[in-house]
Design a protein around this ligand. Structure first.
Ligand code: NAD
Ligand code: UDP
Ligand code: UDP
Length: 316
């Protein structure tokens, strides 16, 4: 529909009240765009957006993406989905519906509007990977019937839908495979390792290391990740992804625990707890594709990103 008054871009961010979505919205507004946030507030909160109260270019709509949505925008970032194991396993059927029905509805919307759509996919599509570091051409090692499957298989099916809409309807798609990301506004009770360790250290409680703590993850600071998502959205049409976005510097969970203790100055003890079922043993992105096609690589080292994340949890 031609616009009569505005020349700015109108951008839809689903899941915009969450951790990543709220940072993305801040950056889009800084750039001068108009932003429409659609969120059902399952794991997100209006607190993440309250500083935008008086911002005339921002609008919030409470809506569940598993239901159809009719509005007019120029671009869609589809981030709606609980992301932490505790949250996505709370109502696993709803998690699969959010990924699959949510993708169908947002793709249907993008098809009608002939607009670009970006999917927040995940390194979980690689499951417990047999290839290390993970490249985008690796098909993954995913349990289809385990407790993580609602998330992993839901996200895999969403990727399938994105590529079928691209092939079948010529839709402009962008699929980002996001690796573990951390920073201010992480949900304090989502059980993710960075927030857990920081809160435990600040409260002087034991640091809960699952298993022996030899499993690895690679942690990307939120500002770097958002920069990658925006570069992907703005990339030439032939860049569809899937494209890995993450920080390739790998840490064991024991190293992370020790780093958090050092940065908080806490004397909390480290205690071992059982390793959850299907917990991936190692994870580290190969980001050559993002470096070459987007000119992107993360800049914030873990120690530095932890400082601002710790400051955030301290002030909360
Ligand atoms: P989050 O839980 O903080 O944010 C998700 C948002 O989606 C929340 O605001 C939630 O209320 C909303 N939501 C959930 N179901 C919805 C539904 N049916 N309809 C409308 N809104 C709904 O998580 P996050 O860390 O910000 O993750 C954002 C996206 O990035 C997710 O799609 C996630 O899978 C993906 N991702 C995140 C990470 C990470 O490390 N944070 C890693 C890989 C992928
Ligand atoms: N849809 C939507 N908003 C729109 C257009 C479509 O939510 O602006 C939903 C629609 O309800 C449908 C889904 O997206 O369930 C897929 O749409 P598509 O046009 O691809 O399929 P169809 O309507 O033919 O099933
Ligand atoms: N983990 C841990 N202690 C915690 C929370 C998580 O040792 O209190 C481990 C978890 O077993 C996993 C890693 O940290 O190996 C990352 O967990 P998270 O839930 O943050 O992300 P994901 O497993 O989805 O990558």
């Amino acid at each position: 529909m031609p616009r009569l008054y505005e020349s700015r871009k109108r951008i839809l961010v689903t899941g915009g009240a969450g951790f990543l979505g709220s940072h993305l919205i801040d950056r889009l507004l800084e750039k001068g765009d108009e932003v429409l946030c659609v969120d059902n507030l399952f794991t997100g909160t209006k607190r993440n957006l309250e500083h935008l109260h008086a911002q005339p270019r921002f609008e919030f709509v409470r809506h569940d993406v598993t239901f159809p949505l009719f509005l007019e925008v120029d671009e869609i970032y589809n981030l709606a989905c609980p992301a932490s194991p505790i949250h996505y396993q709370h109502d696993p059927v709803q998690t699969t519906k959010t990924s699959v029905h949510g993708a169908i509805n947002m793709l249907g919307l993008a098809k009608r509007l002939k607009c670009r759509i970006l999917q927040a996919s995940t390194s979980e599509v690689y499951g417990d990977p047999a290839v290390h570091p993970q490249t985008e051409d690796y098909w993954g090692n995913v349990n289809p019937i385990g407790p993580r499957s609602c998330y992993d298989e839901g996200k895999r099916c969403a990727e399938t839908l994105f590529f079928d809409y691209h092939r079948q309807h010529g839709l402009e798609i962008k699929v980002a495979r996001i690796f573990n990301t951390y920073g201010p506004r992480m949900h304090p009770a989502d059980g993710r390792v960075v927030s857990n360790f920081i809160i435990q250290a600040l409260n002087g409680e034991p640091i809960t290391l699952y298993g022996e703590g030899t499993q690895t993850r690679s942690f990307c600071y939120v500002d770097d990740l958002i920069d990658g998502l925006m570069r992907l959205m703005e990339s030439p049409s032939d860049v569809t992804g899937p494209i890995n976005l993450g920080n390739p510097v790998e840490f064991t969970m024991r190293e992370l625990a020790e780093l958090v203790l050092a940065e908080t100055g806490s004397s909390s003890p480290i205690v071992n707890r059982p390793l959850p079922q299907d917990d991936p043993r190692q994870r580290k992105p190969n980001i050559t594709l993002a470096q070459e096609r987007l000119g992107w690589s993360p800049k914030v080292p873990l120690r530095e990103g932890l400082k601002s994340t710790i400051a955030y949890f301290r002030s909360n």
